[in-house]
Design a protein around this ligand. Structure first.
Ligand SMILES: Cc1cc2nc3c(=O)[nH]c(=O)nc-3n(C[C@H](O)[C@H](O)[C@H](O)COP(=O)(O)OP(=O)(O)OC[C@H]3O[C@@H](n4cnc5c(N)ncnc54)[C@H](O)[C@@H]3O)c2cc1C
Length: 469
């Protein structure tokens, strides 16, 4: 447990107490880890949580396509043993890469060679519900729902709890003061729109410096059903600086298909039936338009437009209090196209677990926060590194450095070879899927292919079946 200060009042309920703000993925997974160190963990959630796997207001992205990439599969299984099997047992489809889908990236179609990795494609509510069920079964973890955190208790040297207000009309009755909940440790897992900067300022501490990179990426997602005999195929079209439209067509549990179309600022996908379908004509291949024409929409399209990459630099020195950590999207949030956020939430919880279990070092707030920050670094480099090159990129993190130009040159060569060369493709995927470090791209065999090898032929048209079948 972080430096516990006696006499904070936190012990009144018995022993060391941690409070987690937000009962979504990052909050629940952090609570699961903290329950191994604290006597009690209270998870405070603004929403009233549904009984089952249903979308909810506090997680507006929950109706959009979500994939669990291999790095996330490992991390969820390490925190909640058997989790990915449970997810698939609840119907979440498994899609092998590059074998089971047509993928257009960096201007080329990938060969559908043997599977080297797979995604799991649950709906976001199913994944969150399964995590919630497992975590809240822990008797040390208590959920306080329908309750908003509105501030911190403490000062610039130490956070000693949170200020809470019940949500809803009755709670805003004139004169109703926020309630104090004392804690030895407070973890902010309140997501992209975290108000921690205001809360820290209010107790005399410094908020974290924010790095932002915004392209105006806009998502529109629609659920489809296909006929029993239709052979619907998943596919991806990944945008790049020269072709900024994207498409993701993936199955989900319950015989659904999730279709997400994307465009950048000034080129947002429309939500009306015709506009949504016709937007697919802007993609570099008619595969998506043909897919949409053959399928049946099950619900209207929904938009999501708050997609900036934002990294809050809590790892850097500053007048910040002990006993306060940030995790998940509240610490670092990405352009969703690379499907990393749920994975980084779990990797950050694993970093928290490792930092707290490290008997060689005192787990100071700063040390633990740095470890959690490190867990998000590769995902940030991938997401912000790609977005920097987009024509609409703005924000402090959009500036390119000389080092970016060198790595950009190498990565462009990797991307050119990955679609046609299965060995390069494998490592490229492992890095993107957060199961291998970026340095894997520089291993001698890969570097040789990247620096001296030819660009091998890749399909001219989206491959419709796995090679060798
Ligand atoms: C369109 C879209 C598509 C995405 N696709 C993928 C994908 O394919 N794969 C992937 O891995 N990731 C994806 N992501 C990212 C993923 O959704 C997030 O990274 C993940 O949900 C982060 O979890 P979190 O717990 O940090 O935050 P959130 O899920 O945003 O949850 C924050 C929680 O805090 C609560 N809260 C907020 N303020 C307060 C407060 N003051 N007091 C109490 N409670 C509060 C909210 O109600 C909510 O429950 C996508 C994101 C978007 C936007």
């Amino acid at each position: 447990m972080l430096e516990t200060v006696n006499g904070t009042g936190a012990s009144r309920g018995g022993g060391r107490h941690a409070v987690v703000i937000g009962a979504s993925l990052a909050g629940l997974l952090a609570a699961q880890v903290l329950a191994e160190h604290a006597d009690r963990v209270t998870v405070v959630e603004r929403d009233r949580l549904p009984e089952g796997p249903e979308p909810r207001g506090g997680v507006p992205q929950s109706r959009h396509t979500h994939v669990l990439i291999p790095g996330g599969q490992r991390a969820y299984d390490a925190l909640l043993p058997g989790f990915t099997d449970e997810l698939m047992a609840h119907g979440a489809p498994r899609v092998g890469a590059p074998s089971d889908l047509a993928q257009w990236q960096a201007g080329r179609w990938f060969r559908r060679t043997e599977e080297t990795a797979f995604f799991i494609c649950p709906t976001r509510p199913l994944l969150e519900w399964l995590v919630r069920r497992r975590v809240l079964a822990n008797p040390r973890i208590e959920l306080v729902q329908g309750t908003e955190t509105v501030g911190l208790v403490g000062d610039a040297s130490r956070v000693r709890g949170v200020l809470l207000r019940e949500r809803g009309a009755a709670a805003v009755a004139v004169g109703r003061e926020p309630q104090r909940l004392a804690a030895d440790l407070v973890v902010d897992a309140s997501g992209r729109s975290s108000k921690a900067a205001d809360w820290l300022t209010a107790i005399g501490a410094e908020p974290a410096v924010e790095e932002t990179l915004e392209t105006g990426l806009a998502y529109a997602t629609r659920v489809y059903r296909t006929g029993e005999d239709d052979e619907a195929e998943p596919h991806f079209i990944v945008p790049n600086p020269g072709q900024t439209h994207g498409a993701v067509v993936l199955p989900a549990e319950g015989d659904r298909w999730m279709v997400t179309l994307s465009g950048l600022r000034g080129n947002e996908p429309p939500l009306d039936d015709r506009g949504f379908t016709e937007f697919a004509d802007r993609l570099p291949h008619p595969i998506t338009r043909n897919w949409l024409d053959a399928a049946k929409a099950d619900a209207p399209a929904l938009a999501y437009r708050t997609t900036a990459n934002i990294r809050r630099r809590y790892d850097r020195p500053g007048r910040r209090p002990a006993g306060f950590l940030a995790t998940g999207d509240a610490q670092c949030v990405f352009n969703p196209i690379y499907g990393q956020g749920m994975t980084v939430a779990a990797m950050s919880a694993l970093a928290l677990r490792d930092a707290l279990a490290d008997t060689r070092r005192t787990p100071t707030t700063r040390r633990v926060q740095k470890a959690m920050f490190a867990a998000s670094r590769q995902a940030w480099d991938i997401s912000a590194g790609s977005d920097k090159n987009m024509p609409t990129a703005t924000g402090v993190a959009a500036r390119s450095t000389p080092a970016d130009r060198v790595s950009g040159w190498y990565l462009a060569r990797v991307e050119a070879r990955a679609p046609g060369d299965p060995a390069v493709g494998r490592v490229f995927r492992d890095v993107l899927y957060l199961t291998a470090p970026v340095t894997a791209l520089f291993a001698p065999r890969i570097a040789k292919a990247v620096l001296f090898g030819p660009v091998r032929p890749s399909p001219q048209e989206p491959p419709t079946r796995r090679e060798g079948i």
